[in-house]
Design a protein around this ligand. Structure first.
Ligand code: HEC
Length: 164
């Protein structure tokens, strides 16, 4: 193999690596996005329910199921059992959510996800749509709710399919 061929062969590997390194440095230098995400305003009725959709639209129950069982997003399975057979190890700290739509209204379910402290100040369930007063939040998540308004609505739509 000629010398040039050898150099070109090496370059094939070097350029992508160099590109990745430049991108990594550039992203470190970019100012961290610490601005708190603007939460959608919502109205709590009787301290127990948010009757109106946070997005003004109905959520997508199929996406909601995905987000609810996603181990890094909703991670509801850490504490709740859901009728989801493809995932093992469902938690039992919270009530089983199968049949929740027969026990609670849509607005009550929405408030439980947004901030369950309204129904139980001592609950260990995290508030999924809140940016203040959260503890031990990694820097990249500071100022951001755990779920977006759209993701909350998708999960509400999914839970509303769980009737007994
Ligand atoms: C760290 C544990 C934990 C996680 C994670 C968690 N929950 Fe809960 N959840 C609870 C507990 C405990 C309760 C019981 C009521 C209370 O403590 O207020 C509860 C209650 C509920 C209720 C009311 C159920 C009923 O029958 O009254 C709903 C709805 C609910 N959770 C939905 C969710 C959803 C959706 C997720 C994921 C996005 C989730 N939870 C994640 C612990 C958790």
């Amino acid at each position: 193999m000629g010398q040039w061929e050898e150099i070109l062969r090496i370059k094939r590997y070097v350029w992508p690596l160099l590109g990745a390194a430049i991108l990594a440095i550039a992203s470190m230098a970019a100012p961290a996005n610490v601005a708190a995400e603007e939460l959608v305003k919502f109205k709590i009725v009787n301290g127990s329910s948010i009757p109106d959709s946070l997005t003004g639209k109905a959520g997508d129950p199929v996406k909601g199921r995905e987000t609810a069982i996603h181990r890094k997003k909703g991670n509801c399975l850490a504490c709740h059992t859901l009728p989801v057979s493809e995932q093992p190890y469902h938690g039992e700290v919270g009530p089983e959510l199968n049949g929740v739509a027969s026990r609670l209204s849509e607005g009550e379910i929405r408030l439980r996800i947004v901030n369950p402290k309204y129904s139980n100040p001592d609950t260990i369930m995290p508030a999924f749509y809140k940016t203040e007063g959260l503890h031990m939040v990694q820097k990249k998540w500071q100022g951001k709710p755990m779920l977006t308004a759209g993701e909350v609505e998708d999960i509400v739509a999914y839970l509303m399919t769980l009737k007994e």
